[in-house]
Design a protein around this ligand. Sequence first.
Ligand SMILES: [Cu+2]
Length: 117
Amino acid sequence: MKRRVMVALLAGSAVGGVARLRAAEQPVEIRISAKKFEYHPNNVTAKAGKPLVFVLTSQDRIHGFKMPDFGLRSDIVPGQETRVSLTPDKPGNFVFFCDVFCGDGHEDMEGVLMVEA
Ligand SMILES: [Cu+2]
């Protein structure tokens, strides 16, 4: 148990280090995988004023990605990566959701982008 926590901490700091290094030169990539009826992860964070790019993939069928607060929307098509760029200009919590009807759980298919100041 202790060992697992240690490994998780090490992995976390390594990822943070890579993100900081890349932020200076290119957008931070936020990879999100979609499937009925969820995004994974469905809770992602970003920094206000820092460019990012969502890299979206689907495991099953066409889904949508819509984030009205920033006027973003795209289809997510299986077998390809869809890249959606954003430089959030304000802190806050911003919902994204599926806008391509994909079945009974479609209405609950959503996530949150948390933008820190
Ligand atoms: Cu859907």
